[in-house]
Ligand binder design. Structure first.
Ligand code: SAM
Ligand code: SF4
Length: 447
């Protein structure tokens, strides 16, 4: 029998990238192989994001592209992720050639849904929330992944209900996995050659909530730190309100925990933070940053920011810019506020004009670009250990890897270095990456 092929297109955050990996592993377990060519595919899955309007729109243009594939080859077309969860049956009504809508909790039953389509020819929509957390179960790889790093979901969903955010509606309420399961998964990944894990959750510092007798997030980090073969641990995302002193201290105590934190602040204005329902103030955010830098002076700090939230006046925006100047983030992911149907902020009367949003975003991004470049330039001349991930996208002669602070470094080297920690001298800085050369000490050169 000819092997079936699946093509997966992914939009949005790391959580979605990881869900796509999980879907691929499940499908491999029932006879599918991945293809990068849509024309070879028997199944096309579009894994979607609805956090902002732009990625949501991409789904419809992607679906437009696959109409012909359906007509010519009978390829099964499916939509997964947040848009699937949000739109459900409406997607099937709107797109007549769509076969499958699979919500965020239904990933583990993907094979059964496909079988139903294949056997009965029915179009299928599954968007129920699974209260037992079955959707969080590990889907372990059965062979070495050929990858240096891997995501591990430790929790999903969110209880914060920030007034702008769709996540609690499309991912459900906060649910943590048991630490035993997480630790087993990380051990398994380390045995399969993974050197770095990134622990995923919408608010990892809330880890363990609702699980009786469960350990805290810093304790979980400490246990993962003991796993043999693993070299590096990262996590994302933390909510500033829940960043505990215990977690701050972990940066000085756990050798495998990388010196990088992504701590979204969203706005520098207390007035806006309040209507966003973020539950912290500008001052308390600044205090947390100074605490982190005191305990771990080399920590790299990145964040998310939103401009043009309803009611944001010029003074509020100036406070956001002031915060950026003060903190000097290593990098920043910044967005224009995008009203999301069903969230509270979408109903606010004082929406900001699109042109103002655009101008503010351009100004903020210009300022941050300079800061990021300066930060990168300050690293030139230093020697750092780079965990090599694979071939660089820019040149066949180069490999790519990251510093512990999560900066991308490209340098000339053999692909056989993948998975190795290599000392590299930084020679050049760009806005989004660094260039380097393998460092061999005088002592090593004389051998
Ligand atoms: N849980 C994380 C936190 O609280 O920091 C954030 C997760 S959210 C999926 C990623 C980022 O998308 C947010 O930090 C925010 O900056 C941005 N975002 C979410 N909703 C948005 C909206 N309606 N408009 C613009 N940006 C939005
Ligand atoms: Fe969305 Fe707020 Fe939850 Fe982050 S904490 S996922 S921004 S509701």
């Amino acid at each position: 029998m000819q092997q079936k092929r699946v093509y997966i297109e992914t939009y949005g955050c790391q959580m979605n990238e990881h869900d796509s990996e999980r879907m691929l592993r499940i499908l491999e377990g029932c006879g599918y192989a991945e293809t990068k060519e849509t024309k070879e595919a028997d199944l096309v899955l579009i894994n979607t994001c609805s956090v902002r309007e732009k990625p949501e729109h991409k789904v419809y243009s992607a679906l437009g592209r696959y109409k012909r594939l359906k007509e010519e080859k009978g390829t099964i077309i499916g939509v997964a992720g947040c848009v699937a969860q949000q739109e459900g049956e409406r997607l099937l009504d709107r797109i007549p050639y769509l076969d499958l809508v699979i919500g965020t909790h239904a990933v583990p039953i993907l094979p059964q849904l496909l079988e139903k389509i294949e056997v009965s020819g029915e179009r299928v929509c599954e968007t129920g929330f699974d209260q037992n957390g079955g959707y969080l179960k590990a889907i372990l790889p059965q062979k070495p992944l050929g990858k240096v790093k891997s995501y591990v979901t430790i929790m999903q969903g969110c209880d914060h209900f920030c007034s702008f955010c769709i996540v609690p509606y499309v991912r459900g309420r906060e649910k943590s996995r048991s630490s035993r399961e997480i630790i087993e998964e990380v051990k398994h990944l380390a045995e399969m050659g993974v050197k770095e894990v990134c622990l995923l959750g919408q608010n990892v510092n809330g880890y363990g909530k609702g699980l009786e007798g469960e350990i805290s997030f810093p304790e979980l980090l400490s246990r993962i730190n003991e796993i043999d073969g693993l070299q590096r641990i990262r996590f994302t995302t933390s909510h500033p309100r829940d960043l505990s002193e215990e977690l701050v201290q972990a940066f000085s105590k756990l050798p495998k925990l990388c010196e990088h934190i992504h701590l979204p602040f969203q706005s520098g204005s207390d007035k806006i933070l309040k209507t966003m329902h973020r539950d912290y103030t500008r001052e308390s955010y600044l205090e947390k940053i100074s605490r982190l830098r005191k305990i771990c002076p080399q920590v790299a700090i990145t964040a998310d920011a939103i401009v043009g939230f309803p009611g944001e006046e010029e003074d509020d925006f100036d406070l956001t810019l002031d915060l950026i100047h003060r903190i000097q983030f290593d990098d920043l992911f910044s967005f224009k506020y995008s009203p999301r149907k069903g969230t509270r902020a979408a109903q606010f009367q004082d929406q900001v004009n699109e042109k103002v949003k655009q101008d503010r975003l351009a100004k903020l991004q210009g300022i941050q670009k300079e800061i990021t470049l300066q930060k990168n330039q300050a690293l030139v001349g230093y020697i750092d250990k780079i965990l090599v991930e694979g071939q660089s996208k820019q040149s066949d002669r180069d490999v790519t890897g990251r510093t512990r602070s999560n900066k991308i470094v490209n340098f000339e080297g053999d692909l056989g270095l993948a998975g190795e920690l290599v000392p590299v001298r930084i020679t050049k800085a760009y806005p989004h990456s660094l260039r380097g050369e393998i460092y061999t000490s005088t002592w090593m050169r004389s051998l």
